[in-house]
Design a protein around this ligand. Structure first.
Ligand code: 9D3
Length: 249
């Protein structure tokens, strides 16, 4: 998969892309990651990429021409018809289903904005889709672009090692994960749940399914309303609520 990020801060992208799953996917040739910097396409002596907003107000707006040229350069290096996706607070909320949809494409161009935004005519002319990470304020699109890239690359066949199987990731079955424990067995009176020490793999699996359901119900009820719980899941959830009636997390 080919990914090109159009950004004024390509070093931010390059640094994050050195680590972990994404870093290995690039080293192994599974992913090709490149950047285009609109500043390289500015033509005036100051290499200006922003200007004051028509209508007045605070902040600056990214200019049409340098961004358009950077996108055209990115397209010239990519397969035909790759989408241009702008990370923006005005976008639809990014989710795992969107990650899955993007992961089957031959490439994607991601546009990360800075300042108050990008000239709306660039959106109309060159952007196919806008994605947001959610209702909080970032300083620009780069961190959002890296979040999208990370989640997409994890879904590429061969990106994860044996131990990292994406199938068991939170959200792949629409639920939160169960709790995890490692040594030591006791920390200041807090003990690992007995079932995890039992060696009874069916009991352990059932306990984990119960925890995943119960935690999802308590912490993210919105996740459960979209699921049709089968009979076993309804039983597990009822057990969880009985066992945790006092704690209520
Ligand atoms: C404080 C500035 N805001 C004035 C009302 C508007 C604003 C402009 C530009 C807010 C954020 C940004 C930069 N954000 C992104 O580029 C961005 C983003 C985000 O801020 N939150 C969640 N997802 C994303 S994706 C891109």
């Amino acid at each position: 998969m080919q990914i090109n990020v159009v950004t004024l801060f390509p070093k931010m992208i390059a640094e994050v892309a050195r680590y972990g799953v994404v870093g290995r996917a690039i080293s192994s040739g599974l992913v090709e990651l490149a950047c285009e910097n609109p500043r390289d396409f500015a033509t005036d002596i100051h290499r200006t990429v922003d200007d004051r907003p028509y209508g007045g107000g605070p902040g600056m707006v990214m200019k049409f021409a340098p961004v358009a040229e950077a996108i055209e350069r990115a397209k010239s290096k990519m397969p035909d018809d790759v989408p241009v996706i702008c990370l923006s607070p005005q976008g639809r909320r990014f989710d795992q289903a969107t990650a899955a949809r993007l992961s089957v494409l031959p490439g994607v161009i991601m546009l990360a904005g800075r300042y108050e935004g990008i000239d709306e005519r660039l959106m109309e002319a060159s952007v196919d889709e806008e994605l947001s990470l959610g209702d909080f304020v970032l300083s620009g699109g780069e961190i959002a672009a890296m979040a999208v890239i990370d989640s997409v690359v994890r879904l590429l066949p061969g990106a994860l090692g044996k131990d990292e199987s994406a199938l068991q990731d939170s959200f792949s079955d629409g639920l939160l994960d169960h709790p995890h424990y490692t040594r030591p067995e006791s920390i200041a009176g807090r003990n690992v749940p007995e079932v995890l020490l039992s060696g009874d793999h069916e009991r352990i699996a059932r306990w984990r399914r119960k925890q995943a359901l119960g935690r999802s119900y308590v912490r993210r009820p919105d996740l459960l309303t979209r699921l049709e719980l089968d009979v076993e899941q309804q039983t597990l959830l009822a057990e969880y609520l009985n066992e945790n009636a006092a704690t209520e997390e």
